[in-house]
Design a protein around this ligand. Structure first.
Ligand code: NAP
Ligand code: MG
Length: 470
């Protein structure tokens, strides 16, 4: 049993102002795995005071000092990487290979990238008579979700630290453990008191206290669209900068060429990774109508090959994060059946042999882009395959969405992949499985505002000062 009852404020582990606790449930077993404290606005006030005080000095540190700090953190992160991975496994149910693999690798990658960008970043730039000074924005409230806990905390914390900001992290109640270990890592690495603070608790309490706080300069939020909208409203009265990374319903366009079956199989198993709980997941798979039968056969085979079970075992997919997510996903599968989508693989209920834990069946539908299962983010292992007639049709379907986070193009002809990428209205496109830590991540349309990852991720945390007549 884990017990994390203290918050990290002003360089110390402190008790909540008013004691209140909550149990954390292991999604693989449905058993309580530990206890955390739930904070109140009074805890947030203490953290903001500490962060404001620390900003006076931390904002004035040199690039060299911040590089040294980040490199010390890197060594400590590496030392505790396995522990972070096991915390992710326990809190949100990712299988060991994924939790101790890609989950922690993403955190490490954002840290390494922050170091690389910081070495080269131009904080000062002369343009004609004007000197441009890029200065840290101030005290930042970082609010994160549970689905990729290390990715989402690290992609905020390290650029904020690198640019000279101070911060208060509000981790998700569903996945509070890895954040707690991360705070220990930052403490051991010697992050100055008040620069990083962490208060656990409910989004409606801690998140709101941060969004409305007069002494918080910026909110960086990753999560759902309704909460993003609420934060923007809450932050309006104090004119905060608000960075929003919200949901998605990303299209994966498979071009009509020789490797169609292999690409469909890759996209299908990719969708089931992390139990489909990925904001940029390619949840609408677009294939040529002329080759639909071949595509459905490949998707069915790939989907049925996905092994589901105890995250401690050697499986491709664990449970989803919570009972409520499980129920939401079941409702969407039922909705797909009701609206006449063709069930290609999977379906309602748990996979055979699993009667405890929030396990869903990897599911593939053939449907249309007008169906609810193609329009709303399911955030579970459910793929919708949609046919297209020609490339214009494929692009039109891809863009017919309220979201615009990611996009995927698979095909052998590089020119066609590039041409399709230019026409898709999303913040990122991956051609044939490309990956780059320096590629900015964020959404068009209702997928959000602002960009994280790499150099663009630094700009989120910086103010632009023009000094004319330098
Ligand atoms: P969520 O309900 O929006 O929660 C995200 C975070 O916001 C949690 O820490 C939550 O606290 C907090 N929160 C809740 N209400 C709040 C409020 N009124 N004010 C301030 N903070 C508040 O999202 P989720 O269910 O955890 O995550 C799933 C969603 O996130 C999906 O829609 C997914 O697409 C999106 N997502 C987007 C990205 C991206 O980069 N674009 C990445 C990952 C996830 P609690 O601890 O109380 O829940
Ligand atoms: Mg939530």
């Amino acid at each position: 049993m884990r017990e994390y009852l203290k918050f990290y404020i002003d360089g110390q582990w402190v008790d909540p102002v008013t004691p209140k606790t909550a149990e954390v449930v292991n999604p693989a077993t449905e058993a309580v795995s530990g206890t955390i404290s739930l904070g109140s606005p009074a805890d947030v006030d203490k953290a903001v005071v500490a962060a404001r005080r620390a900003f006076e000095t931390y904002s004035q540190t040199s690039v060299k000092e911040r590089l040294d700090l980040l490199e010390t953190i890197q060594a400590e992160y590496l030392r505790r990487e396995e522990e972070l991975g096991m915390a992710v496994l326990e809190e949100m149910g990712a299988p060991r290979g994924l939790a101790c693999g890609f989950h922690t690798l993403l955190g490490k990658g954002h840290l390494g990238t922050a170091i690389e960008v910081l070495r080269e970043f131009k904080f000062e730039e002369q343009r004609g008579p004007t000197m441009i000074l890029r200065e840290p924005i101030g005290v930042c409230g970082l609010i994160t979700p549970w689905n990729w806990p290390m990715n989402q905390t690290c992609v905020k914390i390290f650029p904020a630290l690198a640019t000279g900001c101070t911060m208060i992290l509000k981790p998700p109640q569903l996945a509070p453990y890895s954040a707690q270990i991360l705070a220990e890592i930052l403490h051991t690495a010697g992050v100055p008191a008040g620069v990083f603070n962490m208060v656990q608790g409910q989004g409606s309490v801690i998140g709101t206290a941060l969004s409305t706080h007069p002494d918080v300069d910026m909110i960086s939020f990753t999560g759902s669209e309704p909460v993003g909208v609420q934060i923007q409203k809450d932050a309006a009265d104090t004119v905060k900068r608000v960075g929003l990374e919200l949901g998605g319903k990303s299209a994966w366009i498979v071009l009509d060429d020789a490797s169609l079956a292999a690409n469909v199989a890759g996209a299908t198993s990719g969708m089931m990774g992390n139990s489909g709980q990925t904001c940029s997941a390619g949840s609408r798979l677009l294939v040529p109508n002329a080759r639909m039968d071949e595509a459905l056969a490949a998707a069915k085979e790939a989907c049925e090959a996905v092994t589901v079970g105890d995250p401690l075992g050697n499986v491709a997919m664990g449970p989803v994060v919570s009972k409520s997510q499980y129920n939401i996903i079941q409702d969407y599968i039922q909705k797909g059946l009701d609206e006449g989508a063709t069930l290609v693989a999977g379906g309602l209920g748990r996979p055979e042999g699993l009667d405890k834990g929030f396990y869903c069946r990897p599911t593939v539908f053939k449907g249309t882009n007008q169906m609810v299962i193609a329009r709303e983010e399911i955030f579970g292992p459910v793929l919708v395959i949609i046919g297209y007639d020609d490339l214009d049709d494929a692009v039109a379907i891809a863009n017919d969405s309220n979201f615009g986070l990611g996009g995927y193009v698979s095909g052998e002809d590089a020119e066609t992949c590039r041409a399709v990428s230019r026409r898709m209205r999303t913040g990122a496109i991956w051609i044939n499985g490309g990956f780059d830590f320096h590629a900015a991540f964020g959404g068009y349309k209702r997928s959000g505002n602002g960009r994280e990852w790499g150099e663009e991720g630094f700009r989120e945390y910086l103010e632009h000062k023009s000094v004319v007549g330098w």
